[in-house]
Design a protein around this ligand. Sequence first.
Ligand code: UT7
Length: 334
Amino acid sequence: MTTHACITGIGSYLPERILTNRDLEAMVDTSEEWIVARTGIRERRMVAEGEATSHLAVRAAEHALADAGVQPSGIDLLVLGTSSPDMIFPATACLVQEALGMTCPAYDVNAACSGFVFALHAGVTAIESGRASRVLVIGADALTRHIDFADRTTCVLFGDGAGAVVLEASDEPGVLGIVLGSDGSGAGLLKIPAGGSARPVTPGGARDASRFVQMNGNEVFRFAVNAIPTATLEALEASGHSIDDLAWLVPHQANQRILNTVEQRLGIPPERVFSHVETTGNTSAASIPLALDDLYTSGRIASGDLVALVGFGAGLTWGAAVVRWTKPRSTEEN
Ligand code: UT7
């Protein structure tokens, strides 16, 4: 009998501090009108002093484990997608493992904003191969730590957060099709050049643009509006389904204009494309599980619904998963 991976638990966490467009107006030459018109974002969350990616990940994981009714000791593997780890090493997954009192193997995956879909792929593969029965998959990022709040082209876009799912082995299909892609020829389009072995951060840490997120926004936009439809259609084909079968498309929440373009290109009605980018901004690897958890806790997704999760990001990377939702509709109000 074929073993499938099903999502049996989901949870998310946003840090408390809210950074509004008005706050940003006081920091750089921008305006509420420009940010809303060009991105759809009105506010985003930001980690507090002393708070790091692992703290967000732990909170999201606790919610997901409770939702699944699984004890931390029942998890066989922890995979965490992040590009803003607490430290270069150890892996943030190991810090999360310790905080949750787990003993299973734990590692990070860095595929930037596609990190959750890449981590999900690792979890699904482990379950389908029989090497694990229960996997905790987390997407977590605190990119505001790597943003130059004097650079108006990037500081208005990003926010912090975490989302997590518990995957369990099942006879019933859950994750039906999953595809990934990478194209290193676009590595220069979105990057944090310094802080790694190529350009170590120097003692004293002088203010230097290479320490912060740098992006060619127009090129990344062009890439996104091609990558999302292509990856979605590939994952649908791998699962034997079409756009019309989807209850929800849950894309990486980067920019409302990207989502609007994707809707047109895929010919999918806007009411079936989930967006809450207005209140989260771009939370990188956290974005897809945060969006999925919002759909779930607000009771807008029910058992049997077909959902496509699709991400894109630095690398360049992209990935999509088509999932048969197997949990009952949540009655909890968001
Ligand atoms: O997870 C993946 C992460 N990245 C993305 O998804 C980013 C994809 N790209 C985008 O979302 C868009 O390209 C941006 C939102 C980043 C920029 O929007 P745009 O419509 O492509 O604007 P633009 O870069 O073409 O800039 C238009 C103008 C420029 O001024 P000039 O040269 O026309 O005088 C910019 O300097 O807007 C200016 N501008 C701003 N003005 C006010 C750029 N940022 C701002 C700002 N406030 N925050």
